[in-house]
Structure formats: C-alpha cells, structure tokens
Design a protein around this ligand. Structure first.
Ligand SMILES: *Cc1c(COP(=O)(O)O)cnc(C)c1O
Length: 387
C-alpha cells in the first residue's frame, strides 16, 4: 500500500504523543474511580481536578464552570437541552434560535426538541459564506428565545462567525448564548472573555486528543438540567463514572493547542493559502466554499461544477489522499449537504464538494503532491459524470 496523506483533520486528528503519554498511567497504574474514598480514588480524583484546572486556565474561567462530557455531540446536547429546559421551567420560554449551517449535533437536537419536546425552532439565515450576521440575530431575538446557538467555526466550509458580537447582542437582551467551538479550538482563541458565550462546546479528538471526551463551559449562574442522570459526578450535571484517562488527555491536548496556537496558525495558513490559490487557478468551474478570509486556517473547501464528490473522494483515496466532502456523515447520500443548501449553492455545484483540512503533520511536500494530482482527477470525474 502506498503511503497515505491524511488531509481530513476536520473529521478527526491523531492523538499527539505527549497527550498519549499523559493518559497512559490512568489506564492501569492509577486506574481508580474518582468517586471512591480510598487512595486509588483520591489519586484519580486529583488527576481529574488538575485537568479541570488546566482547562479552566486555557479558557480563563473557573474550574467549576467546566463539565466534562463524552464529546462534542454530548456537549451540544447538554447545552441546548439542558439550558432550554431550565429556562422553560424558569420562564416558560420555548423558542430556540439557531443557524442553518450548524453541525447536526446542534441542528438535529434543535429539530427534535421542536418536533417532540414542545419547543419551537426558528432558523437564522446565513449569508453565501455561511456566516451569521449579528444584525439577523438582533432582529430575530425579539421573540424571547430560551437560547441562541451559533457555531464558532463551521466544520464543512470553515467560516468563522462573529461570535463575540452575537454574544453581545444576546446579552443586551438577556438571552442565553451557546457556541460550538469544536472546530475552532485547535488554533483560534477560545478564552471565554474573547467569545462572550454562556455555554461553549469542546471535543478532544479534533485537537489531537482522544475520542469520546469533551467539555462544556457553563458560565457561573447559568441554569442547566442534566441530560445523563444517575450519580452526582460533574457537579450533578453529568452522571457516569469519570473517564479519567480521556479527561487527562483532553486537558493536555487543549493546553498544547493554546500554547502552540501561534505556530500552528502560521504553519497552516501558509499551506492553506497555497492550496486554495492553486486549486482555483488550475481547475475550471471551481469555487471556494465558505468565507475567503474569515475561515479556519488549514481549512480549504471547494465546490466543483458537475462533479460527483463521492467519486472524487474515492479516486483521491486510491491515489493516496484522504479528504472528505462537505460532511463526512453524508457520504453515500445523493443530496448536497444542508450547509451547501444553506449557502445557496445550486445542486450541480453542491454535489461536487471537496473538503481538504490540514494539520500539524501536513507538509509542503504533501500539498504539492496533492496539487499535482487534483486538477487531472477532477477532469476525469467530470468526463465520467458527463458520460
Ligand atoms: C466533530 C464535531 C462535533 C461532534 O463532536 P464529537 O466529539 O464527534 O461528538 C460537533 N460540532 C462540530 C462543529 C464538529 O466539528
């Protein structure tokens, strides 16, 4: 098998060696349950509380404002359901405002809350770059939502939303604001004062940490109803025996992301610039999806007219490059993703989406090899599609 080049870091990332090293002792030597009274338990509890302090230091918040979860999807669910249910009990509010370009962990949750749980849902429209305008939030907010949820950076098209401004709008009207910072956390500022949100979702595996662990920042004073009920772990907000090694790994990964932010940014931006420039120059009927400037470094997403995106992915894979189309979860589906629809891409373009996401291990050589192959492959797929 030829060496594969991994260009799908928005789907998941490899675990950093330093993260893995930090995790290892908590699988066997220090395997205790933090809820236990004995020393095994105490040692595990100390590791979890140290991890919580580490995460809080990265986010510049208090340790008691961090709830560890099983990942990004659970964090989003806990934020939306937990906060909206508490708000409903408190004030009878039933409206949820969220954008048309959210990850399904938010959008599907909001839809289900609307169809089965008695809430009402209003969509915030996005512009052609997939961005939510704070003014649109201002206009929609008059109906007194229980919560507003707008992602920090989009997983499919990389667009960065003006979350701080949206948070300001929400707070002026005393409305709770949640943001999904899962894609952004690898290399953008995540300090809670920079974001201004009341609830912020994170996951480990998109920032060189392990899968199956994440966190939700819950601003002090924000009421939340637990969604996983049982034991009193995580201040009673999330039951279940604590996943100690994963939490230790998550905290280490987030710390590295914050410490190495500048270096990561510089590395990714350089490669991203070259990639986008050459793709648009060399490939006819190609466009960048998402915002040209306000986008994640290392995130390049395109739409090619009259190209079967899935076929292109398969051919890239055979040629040694692992990429993705708009949304990994949509593979096999003949419809353009909801995000492609939300930004108004016609079907002939929306089906031909390609997402190339770079990471710490991506080199100039990888990008040059990719660029020397892609134009030809796109043309091949195009001629096959034209039949
Ligand atoms: C990956 C992702 C999620 C889901 O996180 P998991 O840890 O895989 O559950 C949610 N939101 C965004 C923006 C993501 O990219």
């Amino acid at each position: 098998m030829t060496e594969q080049v991994y260009l799908d870091h928005a789907a998941t990332t490899p675990v950093d060696a330093r993260v893995l090293e930090a995790m290892l002792p908590f699988f066997n030597t220090s395997f205790g349950n933090p809820a236990s009274v004995h020393r095994y338990g105490q040692r595990a509890e100390a590791a979890v509380e140290e991890a919580r302090e580490r995460v809080a230091a990265c986010l510049r918040c208090r340790p008691e404002e961090i709830v560890f979860t099983s990942g990004g999807s659970e964090s989003d669910n806990l934020a939306l359901r937990g906060a909206a249910q508490a708000k409903f009990e408190q004030s009878g509010r039933v409206l949820i405002l969220t954008s048309r370009a959210e990850h399904p962990a938010v959008s599907k949750t909001a839809v289900q809350m609307c169809t089965r749980e008695g809430f009402r849902l209003e969509w915030l429209q996005v512009d052609k770059y997939g961005m939510v305008n704070p003014q649109a939030v201002e206009e929609a907010i008059g109906d007194q939502p229980a919560i507003v949820s707008v992602m920090y950076a989009n997983n499919e098209i990389g667009t960065i939303n003006p979350v701080h401004e949206i948070a300001e709008v929400c707070h002026r009207h005393h409305i709770l604001f949640h943001t999904d910072a899962i894609q952004a956390a690898t290399c953008l500022p995540v300090e809670t004062d920079a974001l201004g949100a009341d609830l912020v979702s994170f996951t480990g595996h998109k920032l060189y940490g392990p899968k199956g662990v994440g966190a939700l920042y819950v601003r002090r004073g924000t009421q939340l109803l637990p969604q996983v009920t049982g034991g009193g772990q995580e201040l009673g907000l999330r039951a279940g025996t604590t996943n100690v090694p994963a939490i230790v790994g998550f905290a280490k990964a987030l710390q590295l992301a914050v410490e190495e932010r500048e270096a990561r940014l510089a590395h990714l931006k350089l490669l991203q610039g070259r990639l986008i420039h050459i793709v648009l120059e060399k490939i006819p009927d190609a466009q960048l999806t998402g915002h040209p400037e306000a986008r994640l470094p290392g995130h390049a997403s395109f739409a090619f007219k009259d190209v079967d995106g899935n076929l292109l992915l398969q051919m890239l894979d055979s040629a040694g490059f692992a990429c993705s189309s708009g949304s990994a979860c949509k593979t096999g589906s003949p419809e353009p993703s909801e995000v492609m629809a939300a930004i108004g891409l016609p079907r002939a373009w929306g089906l031909g989406s390609l997402r190339v996401t770079l990471g710490s291990g991506t080199t100039e050589t990888h990008i040059e090899a990719f660029l020397s192959l892609l134009p030809e492959l796109v043309e091949q797929v195009r001629s096959l599609c034209r039949g």
